[in-house]
Design a protein around this ligand. Structure first.
Ligand code: SAM
Length: 178
């Protein structure tokens, strides 16, 4: 697994609970090691912690809230990490993904919510568009991780999960893990 963290900007508890939760679930399921959420939301943290407890990743997957996303970016770059901002205004993912895949540095992947402050466009290594059409931070993150891992992330398993799904043609089968 690569060293990838996600920074979710401007989380507004009243409006963004569901979308930010999905950003976290996508990050965990598809091969990131944690998410920084800009904003305060203890309820969201406890609900995603519950999901991680049941489905695994507790030993390494960290979700934390931060006051200011810009400080996270500054620190990340000071430490020599790579910062990628997903935005419909950026360069097409197909033109940059091979180059990015070869970079062996911890990666911070930024997704916005409503309006992203112009500062981010000038203080990242890549502004990357998952197609130059507006869609969603959840879709952009999922597709970015999928292109980076070339589909291998869909086979991720979690050793420390409490439950495990046994795939069925029809119906549901969930068993205790281990
Ligand atoms: N209008 C906002 C702005 O100033 O960028 C974007 C709003 S959009 C609903 C929320 C987030 O989804 C964006 O900040 C970006 O991270 C992501 N997003 C939406 N469309 C995208 C695309 N085509 N490529 C990459 N990311 C995208």
């Amino acid at each position: 697994m690569k060293d990838i963290y996600v920074l979710r900007l401007s989380h507004r508890p009243a409006r963004d609970k569901r979308v930010t939760t999905h950003v976290v679930l996508v990050a965990r399921a598809f091969g990131a090691k944690g998410v920084y959420i800009e904003g305060e939301d203890p309820n969201l943290i406890s609900s995603v912690d519950k999901a991680i407890e049941i489905w695994g990743g507790k030993s390494y997957f960290k979700v934390e809230t931060v006051k200011d996303g810009k400080s996270v970016v500054d620190l990340w770059r000071e430490k020599g990490g790579l910062v990628i901002h997903l935005t419909m205004y950026g360069m097409h993912i197909c033109k940059r993904i091979d180059e990015i895949s070869k970079i062996e540095k911890p990666m911070l992947v930024i997704v916005g919510s409503e309006k992203v402050d112009g500062w981010y466009y000038h203080n990242v290594d890549y502004n990357l568009a998952v197609g130059n059409q507006p869609h969603s931070e959840i879709a952009a993150l999922a597709l970015f991780l999928d292109r980076l891992y070339k589909g291998r992330e869909l086979y991720n398993t979690f050793e420390d999960s409490r439950l495990k799904i046994i795939p069925q043609e029809v119906g549901k089968k969930v068993v205790k893990n281990g």
